[in-house]
Design a protein around this ligand. Sequence first.
Ligand SMILES: Nc1ncnc2c1ncn2[C@@H]1O[C@H](COP(=O)(O)OP(=O)(O)OP(=O)(O)O)[C@@H](O)[C@H]1O
Length: 589
Amino acid sequence: MTTLEQLCELGVFSPLDVQFAHFLYRLDGGGHEVVLLSAVLVSYFNAQGHICLSLSDLANTSFPTSPSSQNLPQLQCPSLTQWRNELSATKVVGMVGDYKPLILEQDRLYLYRYWHYERLFAQQIYLRLQPLPLLFSRTLLKDHLSRLFPAKPRDVKQRKAVLCALTRRFCIISGGPGTGKTSTVVRILALLLAQQADLRVALAAPTGKAAARLEEAIQAAIPQLNIDPELKNNIPSKASTLHRLLGSKKGSPYFYHNAQNPLLYDVIVVDEASMIDLALMTKLVSALLPNARLILLGDRDQLASVEAGTILGDLCELAEKKQSFLRNHLVLLEKSYRFRADHGIGQLAHAIRYGETETLTRLLQSSQESIEWQPIENQEQLQKKLTPIILKNFTSYLQARDPFLALKLFNQFRVLCAMRHGIFGVLAINRLIETILSIHFDIKPNTRWYHGRPIMVTRNDYHLRLFNGDTGLILQLPDMPEAQAFFFDPESPNGLRQVWPNRLPEHETVYAMTIHKSQGSEFDEVLLLIPDQISNLLTRELLYTGMTRAKQHLYLMGNREVIIEAMSRRIKRNSGLIMQFETLKKTAY
Ligand SMILES: Nc1ncnc2c1ncn2[C@@H]1O[C@H](COP(=O)(O)OP(=O)(O)OP(=O)(O)O)[C@@H](O)[C@H]1O
């Protein structure tokens, strides 16, 4: 068995990585071992969220590199010069401008598709850097701004964001929870519509949940505006998923809207932009009209997309560079209006974001109204420590006699796990919570449709209009002959959709969910469960994303040492986006 196959058996590589490597080796004609090594690594790194393989990071090392892989078979990587030279001699690796399965640009090796996306994305953003004219006179603009920001002291950054969006085709508004991203974008829309009443506006987000939250936040923000009622009525609040906006084609990675058939909108606002991967972002920017304004909202410190890329993070990093041409296209909102300066969750989020170990330790040990920290010494303690929190937060929805109320109460609290598998993983914790609840309530975890079972849809069902991530409850109330699944549905008169459990698309139990899945959602109270051992999955971004899902109260369970170690680990994804912009800049002059 070759080293590739051994590493596949051991679960380091996927069968796809290995098959892809063999396929390219054969396509090349055989004889170049470097193709096997490079192709398997490109495929592997791509699946880990990297846009490309960084040859310089791996040159002269052996792979896998982590300390826990010491006893595994190793692949030896050549020196950078030798690696580049050997790749250049193959038929399957091309340079910039070639159409080959792999592209080598400087020391970055890409699957052609990802190189193409990266270059196209950079080009599309570059084209949007030309400013747009301001239609208001200065006096009128001043008047509008003082009506939209009447409170003193005025938030200078939010005003800056408004001016940025008014005069640019592309702008990023990034900020942590409650920093006023939605409130600012509503003011932007009010001003743009005051300039031009028939402006075509689209609101979108990467997931259905995030789109629903954007709608709610916009609807809540509009009444607060000090503007004419007619203008208020003109501000749209309907949001859709990006896939729906672009027009999904069944069984195809392409969309109905693209460069040839652009989206007919003048303004496109996209929330939760940190969740958008390179491929989707490229398809979005390619489908815009030349003069359309793209406004990206998001939190750069959150977890990056599941698929390859850290686009929002890369763009923010580039915009923050000295004399960056993107400098005037980014506004970072820093003041939180949700958390007072002395609020525990706000302070903890700040400490994690900046890796401040001492502040983190102080916050965990001091008694905070909004944070309860409990270390976990061993697995046996888990049930004992979880029980009071589970009973406190899940009793009310289980006892509710009205489906709408039950859903509302259930959605106030969620358990978040770092991973899916293992003792601290979602699957085991959901089973443990079922056990805890079955001791105190008449629920039968061994039956599928027991009263109170919370479910999350894991596969889209367009017919039932149920989408990946939608959360509902199985309820069997006294007036129901059989259990039914209930989901929120703002379009239905009673706000609910009722589905026969047997007709549900693929789903799973969701007392607990992964932090990844919780992106784009917020809950009044969150229990964040950190495993007792450090692993590659535990990073600063994961901790930050998990804890900032809590609006009022955070239960944090985990060992201090593991939390501190996780905080010191940053997600780094290989990408050449910044270099692509540098190249465009050089060729433009
Ligand atoms: N300049 C401001 N002055 C006073 N209150 C503000 C200001 N900006 C926002 N707020 C209030 O802060 C709260 C959070 O604002 P908003 O929902 O716009 O933030 P966000 O960044 O979009 O939050 P999320 O983290 O939920 O995405 C709202 O209640 C809003 O009314």
